[in-house]
Design a protein around this ligand. Structure first.
Ligand SMILES: NC(=O)c1ccc[n+]([C@@H]2O[C@H](COP(=O)([O-])OP(=O)(O)OC[C@H]3O[C@@H](n4cnc5c(N)ncnc54)[C@H](O)[C@@H]3O)[C@@H](O)[C@H]2O)c1
Ligand SMILES: N[C@H](C(=O)O)[C@H](O)COP(=O)(O)O
Length: 333
């Protein structure tokens, strides 16, 4: 089975490992309609560095992207200029706008029905901040703005472990103020709904972490649990949510608790993601919940030092692409 419309693969920062990994995909999914969004010259140079000789074909919206499985080296590319010369491994802020152009094309294409889903290779947030948009904090927030939704949820998955975040790319000092009854309610609603709709879990069981050490120790180590998290969870339980917590984060990631839950909600980025990446770095998937389209991504960054060396591992991008294809392909009832 294939999705009805192509899947967009954004190639990420042109100096990072994104082009290397994106070039590997079409041969790994020879019968799937994948379209790489990136700079053709960059892809061509990177292929040469890697000793590959793909056939890069120009693709435009409206063109078919179904490829002949007998020519797996054929790659559909929607040429999107990097905007400046690119050297593998040397980030250049002058390419920041070109990278945003890729993301914009993919997002708009998902919104207008050109694409069935988008899969993103890594970008360097600082390169985009310095060269194009100082307010850029990540794909997650950028795509929410493109789709005009004011809340989305970042979730990373590694095998059976799913870790969602109540706040995303925020300085740690701003996290407590970002955890409000409203934000927590909307995050848990998106998480619950997408576990039902995307993961087909009828009654999702969510394990919610506290913000403070020992989940606040009854107010002696912070009051956010008492003032915000506990009342919000209680309110949502009355509406039918199945929630445990807030539990202390340090002891939450143990089989006895994880086996009884379908997802963990961490309060902030570095509370949840180190555990998830320890469990599955290189094979894990980042998915944005709450968007009006499917977006999956890798679990790693631009790894500039590996660009063009042939040492970058493609496992996470393959897993992200497989999930996007599964979600975008009509399923039997
Ligand atoms: N999906 C994304 O767009 C995304 C995700 C995380 C970080 N980033 C960005 O990436 C940049 C670099 O971040 P970082 O150094 O913290 O993380 P990183 O993931 O780029 O690198 C961390 C370590 O993992 C290794 N590594 C990463 N990907 C690998 C792969 N596919 N195969 C083999 N080894 C791999 C690197 O060599 C490095 O040792 C930052 O600017 C950050 O914003 C982007
Ligand atoms: N928080 C992600 C991670 O640690 O893997 C990463 O920064 C990517 O986030 P976006 O998908 O929002 O760019």
């Amino acid at each position: 089975m294939t999705p009805e419309r192509p899947i967009a693969i954004t190639c990420g920062d042109p100096a990072g490992i994104g082009p290397d990994l994106a070039l590997a995909l079409p041969a790994l999914f020879p019968e799937q309609p994948l379209v790489l969004i990136g700079d053709k010259a960059v892809l061509s140079q990177r292929a040469a560095l890697l000793g590959k000789t793909p056939s890069l074909g120009d693709w435009q919206p409206g063109d078919p992207a179904i490829r002949d499985p007998l020519t797996p080296d054929f790659v559909c590319v929607w040429h999107t200029p990097a905007g400046a010369p690119v050297t593998a491994g040397q980030p250049n802020p002058a390419t920041g706008q070109g990278t945003l152009d890729m993301l914009t094309r993919a997002a708009r294409g998902c919104l207008d029905g050109t694409f069935s889903a988008m899969v993103t290779a890594p970008v360097a947030k600082n390169v985009i901040c310095e060269g194009a948009d100082p307010a850029f904090t990540g794909h997650t927030e950028f795509l929410a703005a493109q789709a005009a939704v004011d809340r989305v949820v970042m979730m990373l998955t590694a095998r059976d472990l799913r870790v969602a975040l109540a706040s995303t790319h925020l300085p740690l000092s701003e996290v407590p103020a970002a955890i409000t009854p409203d934000s927590l309610t909307r995050t848990l609603t998106i998480l619950r709904d997408d576990l039902v709709n995307k993961y087909r879990i009828a009654q999702p069981r969510i394990l919610v972490l506290g913000l403070n050490p020992h989940a606040g120790e009854g107010g002696h180590l912070g009051r956010e649990e008492l003032d915000v998290i506990i009342p919000t969870l209680e309110h949502l339980r009355q509406q039918g949510f199945t929630l445990t917590g807030p539990v202390p984060a340090d002891t939450a990631f143990q089989p006895a608790l994880l086996n009884q839950h379908d997802a963990v909600l961490a309060m902030y980025h570095d509370q949840g993601l180190p555990v998830l990446k320890y469990a599955g770095f290189g094979e894990a998937i980042n998915i944005t919940l709450g968007l009006p389209f499917i977006r999956t991504s890798v679990d790693h960054g631009t790894a500039f030092e590996l660009a063009g060396t042939g040492q970058a591992k493609v496992g996470s991008l393959v897993a992200a692409t497989r999930l996007a294809l599964n979600l975008a392909t009509p399923q039997d009832p």
